[in-house]
Ligand binder design. Sequence first.
Ligand code: ADP
Ligand code: MG
Length: 245
Amino acid sequence: MPISSRSEEVIRLEKVVKIYRVGEVLTYGLRGVTLSVKKGELISIMGPSGSGKSTLLNMIGLLDRPTKGRILIDGIDVSKLNDKKLAYIRNRKIGFVFQQFNLINRLTVLENIELPLVARGIPRSKRIPVAVRALLTVGGDKAWLKKKPNQLSGGQQQRVAIARAIVGSPEILLADEPTGNLDRASAKTVMETFLKLNEQGQTIIVVTHDPEIANCTRRIYLLRDGLIIKVVDPDPERCIVNTVK
Ligand SMILES: Nc1ncnc2c1ncn2[C@@H]1O[C@H](COP(=O)(O)OP(=O)(O)O)[C@@H](O)[C@H]1O
Ligand SMILES: [Mg+2]
């Protein structure tokens, strides 16, 4: 069999439903989302608050399991994997960036970036150069390595968080409102970093409220009430890289 375009599909969701249950109350996070993302794509997800954006990203990032439907990551049907195997796939194939950075303030910047490599059992002597390279790739400064995250600005912390997300060369980079807590200049820097990583072949999905972020991506999925209601073409002229001086 020839290598089909299927093998280029790094993410596939089939009719994914997520129902949250809190006590007696059931809430739909997703009502049946089907989505295909190919290797090297850069896409964004927009939609009102509560429309299911984070739920969708958490499903793709294997942070939570769907109630119904199937998820394939790099061709692997993850729906049936046990927690241990899921954690293994997550560590190898997924990098996650959050609005609140989610760095650990009692660890140094270097130790934060190293974490995904620690989980793989890679010795410290081998971790350090890889971590330093990741920090430099995202435009970080070696002088940050010994600092604690809370000694850095928000924009700098987010760069550290991106370094941590890519340090293990994951197949997929996921970002949930990565610029939501940043000023415009820092938001621009984050988007420039994503564009650079994408040029190097990184598959990226960005959840955002900011049209000037979404307009930097190749496709915008609009979510509403747990469903993808529309796919929109971005306007590159209104990408933050071009609008913010
Ligand atoms: N852990 C949870 N427990 C219960 N309901 C949740 C949970 N997470 C999300 N929801 C609900 O699922 C829906 C989608 O939420 P979410 O994915 O966070 O939306 P968005 O990221 O677009 O703001 C909302 O109605 C929200 O209240
Ligand atoms: Mg959200």
